[in-house]
Ligand binder design. Sequence first.
Ligand code: HEC
Length: 137
Amino acid sequence: MRCSVVAVIFVFISVVCSVQSADARPTKRYDERTKMCRVISDGTLDWDSEPWGIGGIKFREVCKSCHSQNSNKGAPFVHAETYTSKGWNAFFAKRRAKCARDGSWNALKDDEVQLVNDYLFRNGNWTYNPNDADSCG
Ligand code: HEC
């Protein structure tokens, strides 16, 4: 009896620990264009910055329509891990890429672009620094 209580506690602790480490991802994103700090680990932005939220959905619907593996649109393969969190933030802040300037993003409203940015920032290649200006640090 006592042993199984210990086992339950152990399982509980290891589950809590693994959830915490999965959460060691960006929690805030500074949006250069709107000069706002977006809390992407809470409320609707939490949901929308995940693969199943608006950010992830719009990335697949719009961006991936050109940036898929065997694209015939002359676009390189792009996925969330193409850039770091910081790299994605710069990509969306500067918008130097050809597709950002030639109307390829027109299917997205401004707030949807921000949500795609949130999604890629949160799920980018892992080198997140919470003290960085990009993280509102
Ligand atoms: C209509 C097709 C199209 C859509 C939609 C599109 N892109 Fe692109 N994108 C391109 C093409 C073509 C290039 C390569 C342009 C070049 O040769 O410089 C490109 C370049 C890029 C690059 C590489 C930038 C660089 O200079 O190395 C990234 C990253 C990128 N796009 C991300 C995105 C994201 C994120 C979205 C969605 C918000 C998006 N693209 C939507 C066509 C598209």
